[in-house]
Design a protein around this ligand. Structure first.
Ligand SMILES: [Zn+2]
Length: 196
């Protein structure tokens, strides 16, 4: 069996994770970092292509450029690596205190950063279930969360979201990518709460 030998190569995991993060074909020059040996780097890409992890395509439009993207197999492998890294870094588990505190709440963890609503399922003590939508509001360069159920910028649902490792990471990433300042709940409540 030939396995996935290319994964043993230096940079291979980094390249997979970068492609997973970008989620689209990436210019080969964007994957290359100047502290790397370019010849070795190209060689790793070639081996990864041979292992069926990535696809290398030349764009024919305008200036010749080479794009690298994940194959389906490559994506599956990249997701596993990401998962393993998250576990190693303790990023997947909620803090035990929070786990206890928010044991009745579940969030839609596949929060899409292009959609600006996070839906929380709240299992109430009387056995009923309610859905709570929390809006990710962006005004100017500020981002804050607003809970429609509570009419508040600072409630348990919002605390739950910030204590949830994946949601927290996605929101921080969104803020970083869009150059947004995150306004914390108390402050947003002070600035906007009274007007409502
Ligand atoms: Zn709420």
């Amino acid at each position: 069996m030939n396995g996935l030998k290319s994964l043993d190569e230096k940079y291979a995991k980094d390249i997979l994770l970068k492609l997973l993060e970008e989620d689209q074909p990436v210019l080969i020059t964007k994957l290359y970092k100047s502290n790397r040996n370019y010849y070795a780097f190209k060689n790793v890409i070639k081996k990864m292509e041979e292992d069926g992890l990535v696809e290398v395509k030349e764009s024919t439009e305008g200036r010749k450029s080479i794009y690298v993207s994940l194959t389906e197999k490559g994506r599956a492998v990249a997701e596993k690596i990401k998962e393993a890294e998250d576990i190693a870094a303790g990023r997947t588990e909620m803090h035990p205190d929070w786990k206890e505190k928010f044991k009745n709440m579940r969030a839609m963890v596949h929060f899409n950063t292009y959609e600006n609503v996070i839906r929380i399922t709240d299992y109430l003590p009387d056995g009923t279930v309610r859905y709570v939508d929390v809006d990710v509001n962006i005004r100017g360069n500020k981002m804050y969360l607003y809970c429609e159920a509570c009419g508040s910028f600072d409630c348990e649902h919002i605390n739950f979201i910030w204590s949830h490792p994946k949601l927290r990471r996605d929101l921080l990433k969104k803020a970083q990518e869009e150059h947004l300042i995150i306004v914390d709940g108390e402050k947003a409540e002070r600035e906007n709460g009274k007007k409502k």
